[in-house]
Design a binder for this molecule. Structure first.
Ligand SMILES: Cc1ncc(COP(=O)(O)O)c(C=O)c1O
Length: 356
């Protein structure tokens, strides 16, 4: 039986993407060859890379606005160091918002490159909210934030107005909601949540902010080199890029990011309404910062854990336990999660009331 997959990542992708991807492993484009055995320089694969790059920009509304999309390797964790390498001047400084574990990891990498100012942090409250009311130094080389905190279930609803370039880790909410993406100068996202399998990282960068640091950057870490090579500086992760393209095509067929956001909002409302209604549960994140992608919640009485765990497992739900730093539960309801699966979870939460 197919499970209701609430895994935080790698995570659920559309069923039709899995089906098309499986077919391409056996016979890609009716070529008689697997996508896994053809050259990345072949006409068929170059077409995949080109379409994936242009569709990513199209879905974000960034076509023709001076941006480039790249599909790189090394995960978002490598982007943590590529951002300062490519943007922080020699003897320059960067500003960071510390909204969670991944933001902290990004800050750690930036410190290898130069002065790193943490403008605000919610660490003292175990990152249960997004810090607000901070000032970004106007002489920073860039400001870095994390749009969605996968572990804590918080999400930035507003982004600060600033004169410095804005860098955003969108790993866990890329393509899930409509924003004015032209406010960002560098966006990166590991594919393995809303876009594809693990193995590639989408980077969307405004070209004019590059090559201004005075640093000598090793080739594989240099965004400008990857742009010149059209995201083929070395052998790209061909299958991860192909599956990402299939997901982007699925998003487009659904009507684009705005249409997908409507579905995501409805799923999140359904689940948060039950968390707030049901006296057995409470939400883990501050209400105004609740994520529409990762819904974190706790049982009010830990004695009910065994009964609740038994109920959701019996209902075919998988991947629900929360991250160890929050405890409780985390329902990751990425783009591909159908509302019917969310209803199954809500029904299980209701059922718990009758079982205790
Ligand atoms: C918001 C965010 N940033 C960064 C990462 C790290 O990504 P990667 O494992 O691709 O390096 C994750 C992983 O879950 C994440 O959720």
């Amino acid at each position: 039986m197919k499970k209701h997959n609430y895994s935080a990542g790698p995570s659920i992708l559309p069923q039709e993407v899995f089906e098309k991807a499986s077919k391409a492993i056996l016979n890609f484009n009716d070529s008689g060859l697997s996508i896994l055995e053809i050259s990345h320089r072949s006409k068929d694969f170059v077409a995949v890379m080109d379409e994936a790059r242009s569709l990513a920009l199209e879905l974000l509304g960034l076509e023709g606005k001076g941006y480039q999309a790249l599909f790189l390797q090394g995960g978002a964790s490598t982007a943590f160091l590529m951002a300062p390498y490519n943007l922080m001047k020699e003897n320059g400084k960067a500003a960071y918002l510390d909204s969670g574990t991944w933001a902290t990891a990004a800050i750690k990498e930036a410190k290898y490159f130069g002065e790193t100012v943490v403008v605000a942090s919610s660490k003292e409250e175990n990152y249960n909210h997004i810090p607000k009311g901070y000032t970004i130094p106007s002489d920073a080389d860039y400001f870095h934030c994390t749009s969605n905190n996968t572990i804590f279930g918080t999400q930035m609803k507003d982004f600060p107005a600033t004169n410095v370039p804005v860098v955003c880790d969108m790993s866990s909410d890329i393509f899930s909601r409509n924003l004015d993406f032209s406010k960002f100068d560098l966006i990166y996202a590991g594919a393995q949540k809303n876009m594809g399998p693990a193995g590639t990282t989408l980077v969307v960068v405004k070209e004019e902010i590059l090559e201004k640091t005075g640093r000598t950057i090793p080739s594989m870490l240099d965004y400008a080199k990857h742009i010149k090579a059209e995201s083929m500086y070395n052998t790209p992760p061909v299958f991860a890029v192909y599956v990402s393209l299939l997901t982007l095509q699925w998003i487009k067929a659904k009507g684009g990011v705005a249409a997908v956001q409507k579905l995501n909002d409805a799923k999140a409302e359904l689940l948060y309404a039950e968390i707030d209604r049901n006296p057995l549960f409470k939400g883990a994140a501050a209400v105004e910062d609740r994520s529409i992608m990762n819904v974190t919640f706790l049982l009010n009485n830990a004695d009910h854990t065994e009964t609740f765990d038994g109920l959701w497992k019996a209902a075919g739900i998988s991947g629900l336990p929360g991250h160890r730093s929050v405890g409780g539960y985390r329902a990751s309801i990425y783009n591909a999660m159908p509302i019917e699966s969310v209803q199954v979870l809500v029904d299980v939460m209701k059922a718990l009331e009758t079982k205790i």
